[in-house]
Design a protein around this ligand. Structure first.
Ligand code: PLP
Length: 463
């Protein structure tokens, strides 16, 4: 591609994106695609002859975009809603254009050092201790797997060489994200050695039950090595009692990992920091700026105050990657599985600078306020009930009535095309979740979601 062709096509792409972001509601939020439909429409093999960018872009618009569910749509209120902000998108373009690879400090010093700088800036916003070390991975699932491997290294360093561990036990609540169990499976802890501790009425880990489980395992000759507390669980955004869990972890010499993949970003709002109290005591923390800090997918941060252990778990330097030692030249490849390292820090730097803490915190504050207002509408309507506390920007609610009625309601709302909600099951009950996290979502969109919910809900004569 010649520079001239690139320039012209690039301007078109930016125009396309600017139009798309200006009118995100021009598309349906939830794709109407049927399984296999796009596969059937596209050619079975790649072209032998070159095609023009304009032909590719035309197919992108006509074939690919309608087959997407649109996370940038302000009516996207499913799962955890996320945003790709303007500054983040521009930085992604630069990252692709530069295509630098931070396998070592030497292979792109600025990549490594910008990662160090931005993660330290973010650490300050989050109120974490100065000695905290940060590293970027793609997703929270990857970050947590690394944390669990570090926990194993701390408790059972012999496993590093010998493998074949069977007695290490990991604890998390029954509301913990599946990535914790997957991480434990991936590093050979074994699914049967993951204890899912019961939760209280507000879906928080029962710390007394945790302590009982640990004692039982020790009595049985097993080795408790890691406990994972969640701040902002996936179903309800409940907050485990982190300080109590930290006390237990300390008493039994276990690694404490805090999964704050979604809710960690809330700590940039000073008055919300008490909700995360105790996380500064964790050995490791995961939080995802791509979930709630307006950074485009993908960017997950693993923080740890024990980088020496993480490095012990993953450092393996073959001759062809050996470089001159210098205490200021950090080689991130020694702290995790991936060798290749995308320049993800650039988009975090762009986003943090463009919004600054005040504006970023302001957006999170507004989203919390919208969630509270939505919850008030639910409470005021006799047909509905709130299903869980809502400390952040996700509201779990349901129709008072059978699960089928709730499922039908959610599908009817989603079929409308301008709102997308998802669900969970709590105590055997089908519960609808409304998650606010997209920066394009305004009060009018939340109001519209409420109207769709209300008009599709069966009329209750008592109300
Ligand atoms: N942890 C929690 C609490 C989550 O809610 C999620 C996903 O929603 C994850 C981990 C996994 O995140 P990722 O998709 O970045 O792996």
């Amino acid at each position: 591609m010649s520079p001239e062709e690139f320039r012209a096509a690039g301007h078109n792409v930016v125009d396309w994106l600017a139009d798309f972001l200006a009118r995100p509601e021009a598309v349906k939020v939830l794709s109407r695609a049927r399984p296999g439909e796009l596969i059937d429409r596209l050619p079975a093999s790649a072209p032998d002859r070159p095609e023009s960018i304009s032909a590719i872009m035309a197919d992108f618009e006509s074939q690919i975009v309608p087959a997407l569910t649109h996370w940038n749509h302000p009516g996207f209120m499913a799962y955890f809603a996320t945003s790709s902000s303007g500054p983040g998108i521009l930085a992604e373009m630069l990252t692709a254009g530069l295509n630098v690879n931070g396998i070592l400090w030497k292979t792109s010093p600025g990549l490594t050092e910008l990662e160090q700088v931005t993660l330290d800036w973010l650490r300050q916003w989050l109120g974490l201790p100065p000695e905290t070390f940060g590293i970027i991975f793609d997703t929270a699932s990857t970050s947590s797997m690394h944390a669990i491997a570090a926990a194993r290294e701390a408790k059972a360093p012999e496993v590093h060489a010998a493998g074949g561990v069977t007695d290490l036990i990991l604890y998390c609540s029954e509301q913990a994200h599946s990535s914790i169990e997957k991480g434990a499976i991936a590093i050979g802890i074994g699914q049967k050695n993951v204890r899912k501790i019961s939760v209280d009425r507000e879906f928080r880990m029962d710390s007394a039950a945790l302590e009982r489980a640990i004692t039982q395992d020790i009595d049985a000759g097993l080795r408790p090595f890691c406990v994972v507390a969640t701040i902002g669980t996936t179903s309800t955004t409940s907050i485990d009692p982190v300080n109590e869990i930290a006390n237990i972890a300390e008493r039994f010499g276990m690694w404490l990992h805090v999964d704050a993949a979604y809710a960690g970003s809330a700590a940039i709002v000073p008055e919300l920091q008490p909700l995360l109290a105790g996380w500064e005591r964790a050995d490791s923390i995961v939080m995802n700026p791509h979930k709630w800090l307006f950074v485009p997918l993908d960017l997950s941060v693993l923080y740890t105050r024990r980088p020496d252990i993480l490095r012990r778990a993953f450092s393996l330097v073959p001759e062809y990657l050996r470089t001159q030692e210098n205490p200021r030249a950090l080689n991130y490849m020694e702290y995790g599985i991936p060798l290749g390292r995308r320049f993800r820090a650039l988009k975090l730097w762009f986003v943090m600078r463009y919004y600054g803490r005040d504006q970023a915190a302001g957006m999170i504050r507004d989203q919390l306020a919208m969630a509270r207002e939505f919850a008030a509408w639910i409470v005021a309507d006799d047909r509905f009930e709130i299903s869980a506390p809502f400390p952040f920007s996700v509201v779990c609610f349901r129709l008072k009535g059978p699960n089928e009625a709730n499922e039908t309601l959610m599908h009817k709302v989603n079929d409308g095309g301008d709102v997308f909600l998802s669900h969970t099951v709590l105590h055997g009950q089908f519960v609808i979740r409304l998650a606010i996290g997209n920066m394009a979502t305004r009060r009018e969109h939340v109001l519209r979601a409420w109207q769709r919910i209300s008009e599709n809900a069966p009329y209750n004569e008592a109300s």
